[in-house]
Design a protein around this ligand. Structure first.
Ligand code: NAP
Ligand code: GDD
Length: 358
């Protein structure tokens, strides 16, 4: 009989790619979405799987809806991907971020424990939990990198604090109730269906528009920040492998390479033969009250036990993202209609919050 999976946050980047992967593996896939005034299924449509995922309304703020989702889907595996996942927004909405990304995980674990504790559970943990560690710490020290499953957490955002709570709660349920509760500590992973407010997609979208003469400049915050950027479709494969592993464990998923935001922008503009310095301005508005300065992950445990490794590296990732956004904007200029987020996104210049540095 086909395995059944329930994915929370199926309308997000990872949820959509994971649904696609599990459908290809023969799973029956259930996905939760939250009720919005305007439905947000563009990623599922973009991947051509909108009519294949069984959609259920559920909200991470509402335990009864999570319990109902478990009852209806009757899953073998639950992938908990739903979260308020934008770090900057967590400074503006710290309480709801705590509920959705932290407490919501405890609600889901309780819903599983009371329904059927044999259901396997995956929690979307994050490298953001490591916090501010200093750029010097991730630079080579005889080939060793710092951040792995044993590294300490020192969260620097309400989002990261909520995720640390969720991380420990998941471990507690694993040990206290003998549940198969595993988690991936995933480093940043990107794609052409990444949300537009995240820096990589913000850059690829702007490069496409500037290249086609639709926009004139790109405004960024802290371009010195350093990240370990991978390709999202490969990272959801790692999630699935964790769930098939003989024991529930925690795994870092990363590329072990790092680049600054400036380097991402430079590579993206370069790919369209443009000089990034000519088109990019610094805007204090996009700086955070505190920022995670540098991340670089050591994925050797996942490589050894899950036989997982990243194939798409930084340069290829930049190329994939820019190429797709150029294609989309060119299609618009040619009058074509297709599922896509950018036309609905307000210009970031019009969004003002007090937590932004003025
Ligand atoms: P994403 O694109 O922002 O997707 C988040 C999903 O959560 C969306 O489907 C969103 O629904 C849903 N959601 C938000 N609030 C909700 C609520 N109150 N109730 C129910 N659903 C809600 O994030 P992603 O990049 O796919 O990331 C997936 C997960 O991995 C998240 O937990 C994130 O924190 C974590 N993570 C991501 C990365 C990364 O680099 N991408 C790295 C480490 C960990 P809407 O579509 O309606 O907004
Ligand atoms: N979003 C954004 N916009 N970030 C900017 C900008 C800008 O204009 N300018 C500079 N940055 C810097 C941020 O300050 C941050 O240091 C870095 O670019 C990356 O920001 P994001 O792309 O928003 O991602 P993130 O690293 O904060 O969080 C993402 O990765 C985490 C894993 O480490 C999200 O996907 C989280 O959900 C995830 O947990």
């Amino acid at each position: 009989m086909a395995k059944r999976a329930l994915i929370t946050g199926v309308t997000g980047q990872d949820g959509a790619y994971l649904a696609d992967l599990l459908l290809k593996k023969g799973y029956t896939v259930y996905g939760t979405f939250r009720r919005l005034s305007t439905p947000n299924f563009w990623r599922l449509q973009y991947l051509g799987i909108f009519d294949k995922v069984r959609l259920m309304p559920a909200d991470m703020n509402d335990m009864s809806s999570l319990t109902e989702a478990i009852h209806v889907a009757n899953p073998d595996e639950v992938y908990n991907l739903a979260a308020q996942s934008f770090v900057a927004a967590s400074f503006e909405q710290p309480i709801s971020t705590g509920t959705i990304s932290g407490l919501g995980v405890a609600m889901m674990l309780e819903a599983i424990r009371h329904t059927d504790p044999k259901i396997k559970f995956y929690q979307a943990s994050t490298s953001e939990m490591y916090g501010k560690i200093g750029l010097h710490s991730i630079k080579e020290k005889k080939g060793r990198v710092l951040l792995n499953e044993k590294s300490n957490f020192s969260p620097t955002s309400p989002y990261a604090a909520a995720k640390v709570y969720a991380y420990w709660t998941t471990k507690i349920y694993r040990e206290a109730y003998d549940m198969f509760a595993c988690q991936g500590i995933l480093f940043n992973h990107e794609s052409p269906i990444r949300g537009l407010e995240f820096v990589t997609r913000k850059i690829s979208n702007a490069v496409a528009k500037i290249h086609l003469g639709i926009e004139k400049e790109l405004r960024l915050g802290n371009t010195k920040a350093v990240r370990d950027w991978g390709y999202a479709p490969e990272y959801v494969e790692a999630m699935w492998r964790m769930m098939q592993y003989k024991e529930p464990e925690d795994f870092v998923v990363a590329t072990d390479r790092f680049h600054s935001v400036a380097q991402f922008a430079e590579a993206a503009f370069d790919s369209m033969d443009m000089d990034w310095k000519k088109y990019t301005k610094t805007d204090k508005k996009f700086f955070r009250p505190i920022d995670t300065d540098a991340l670089r992950g050591d994925y050797s445990k996942a490589k050894k036990l899950l036989k997982w490794k990243p194939n798409v590296q930084f340069e290829k990732l930049v190329e994939i993202m820019v190429r797709e956004d150029v294609k989309r904007w060119q299609n618009v200029l040619d009058g074509k209609v297709f599922p896509w987020d950018a036309p609905n996104y307000p210009t970031e210049a019009s969004i003002i919050t007090r937590s932004m540095k003025q």
